[in-house]
Design a protein. Structure first.
Length: 79
């Protein structure tokens, strides 16, 4: 992952003032990018929200979180 991409990943969350979800509260499909990390619906069109550190056992890895495109209506109403 390049430095430029990291900045781009954080900009969607920052632009909409979305707090990154706690990866420990997400389901497997949300962590794997199949379901939206915010609303939990199956992703058909997606966009990258950002990257979080997720720990399972003694292993920590960076996980990209994907969200609905256009952004979930529930999140826009709450912002």
């Amino acid at each position: 992952m390049t430095g430029d991409r990291s900045v781009a990943q954080q900009s969607l969350a920052a632009a909409h003032r979305i707090e990154m979800p706690d990866p420990d509260t997400l389901t497997g499909p949300q962590l794997e990018g199949w379901d939206c990390a915010l609303c939990g619906r199956r992703l058909i069109a997606d966009q990258l929200l950002g990257t979080v550190a997720w720990t399972c056992g003694s292993r920590t890895r960076a996980v990209e979180l994907w969200v609905c495109r256009p952004l979930c209506a529930e999140r826009l109403e709450g912002a």
